[in-house]
Ligand binder design. Structure first.
Ligand SMILES: [Zn+2]
Length: 390
């Protein structure tokens, strides 16, 4: 079935356009992108004219998880939920992501390869959710104080290599290692590295040899230097990176996926810490992290965006980064064209371009000037099918 979508503004994945624009979808592909006055009669069935609105590619959440949700409480408990409940809750979360305009998501470590099974179920039309790229089991050291989602607990290089091999054999699209622990607590503890260059390099080289990529949960310190040196593709969080490290990432082309909203949102990490000294210390750490994010946004580091299991909250993440000084175009690019590049899916997703997958989002107003507009979803199309309207 053909569908025509019209609006006053468009973000094409790389650049903005203001003026009438028509996007024609046939089957699961974008067939036509027509700038200027439409040449096809507007009364035809299948034409959706949104007027003062913005057409964008479906967004990409580059850091989330299946079976945990920061909004709904204790993640440790969620990780030990019975399997059916864990996956059912995950499907509920992924639907919230899809209906918020996220048509592709990268899962960053989940239980027992459920993420691989869910990815395939969505691909086969058995379940609804964003197109998924998944990491299988997250890998962390036995000393690691964070990484509640990581279930491959290994310390030496050989054991890490075996975990990577098992994840790849099971069908993981990415490899995910935790090289830092928790962001809360004394700075020396937060910056304690749990893996060095040798451990990170074995994972990165195995992932790359298999044509896959690798991300690492890392806040800064020696672990960040090791990630950059080892050729890790994406540093997740990077909340305490120094100017020198940001500079090195920019030179090397290491992506940063900052996930700041999980610290600033009223339902995020801080909501689960009772009032008192620990809560006050967490607020100070949050403010410190916002300061680093502000610098990162002005540093030229290649940027991605993710919610870290604040499901349905990518618009909030983008708005938070905009408040920290991020330019709307840079943020929209992070959520579309950059993500497609990092995922190796340039031209297929993250673009309103003829021949690309018909994954589209329409939001009210001009999102080119203000990314908070992304919260006003008018239409979500996935593979040419309307999955949410109004
Ligand atoms: Zn995460």
């Amino acid at each position: 079935m053909a569908l025509e979508i019209r609006a006053r503004h468009m973000w094409d994945g790389d650049a903005g356009w203001t003026g009438p624009v028509t996007v024609r979808v046939e089957g699961d592909r974008i067939r036509l992108v027509e700038k200027g006055a439409p040449t096809v009669p507007r009364e035809r069935a299948g034409v959706l004219d949104f007027g003062e609105a913005t057409i964008l590619p479906g967004l990409v959440d580059m850091h989330t998880h299946l079976g945990i949700n920061h909004r709904t409480g204790d993640m440790r408990a969620q990780m030990t939920d019975p399997p059916a409940r864990h996956v059912a809750a995950g499907m509920h979360s992924l639907l919230a992501d899809l209906e918020s305009g996220v048509t592709t998501a990268k899962l960053n470590g989940d239980r027992e390869f459920y993420d691989i099974q869910v990815r395939d179920a969505i691909r086969d039309g058995v379940a609804r959710g964003p197109r998924l790229l998944v990491s299988g089991r997250g890998i962390k050291s036995s000393r690691c104080t964070g990484g509640v989602v990581a279930t491959c607990i290994v310390d030496d290089v050989e054991a890490i290599g075996r975990c990577v091999d098992e994840n790849l054999a099971a069908g993981a699209d990415w490899i995910k290692l935790f090289s830092s622990g928790s962001v809360l607590g004394a700075l020396a503890d937060v910056l304690q590295p749990f893996y060095g260059t040798a451990q990170l390099a074995v994972a990165a080289s195995k992932a790359h040899a298999a044509g896959k990529r690798m991300s690492s949960h890392c806040f800064g310190g020696e672990a960040a230097d090791a990630c950059i040196a080892a050729g890790v593709d994406v540093i997740d969080h990077g909340w305490l990176l120094t100017d020198r490290q940001l500079d090195a990432m920019g030179k090397r082309g290491t992506w940063l996926c900052p996930t700041v909203g999980v610290l600033t949102h009223p339902d995020g990490v801080l909501a689960h810490i009772p009032p008192g000294p620990a809560h006050d210390a967490a607020k100070r750490r949050r403010d410190e992290v916002c300061g680093v994010a502000r610098k990162a946004l002005g540093s030229g580091v290649p940027l991605l965006v993710g919610t870290d299991a604040m499901h349905g909250g990518l618009a909030y993440e983008l708005e938070t980064l905009q408040d920290l000084g991020g330019a709307p175009a840079a943020l929209l690019r992070a959520a579309t064209g950059n993500a497609a590049q990092a995922l190796g899916l340039t031209g297929e997703i993250g673009a309103v371009r003829e021949g690309a997958a018909a994954d589209l989002l329409v939001v009210g107003g001009n999102a080119l000037l203000d990314v908070s507009r992304l919260a006003g979803v008018l239409l979500v199309v996935q593979a040419g099918r309307i999955v949410k309207k109004g």
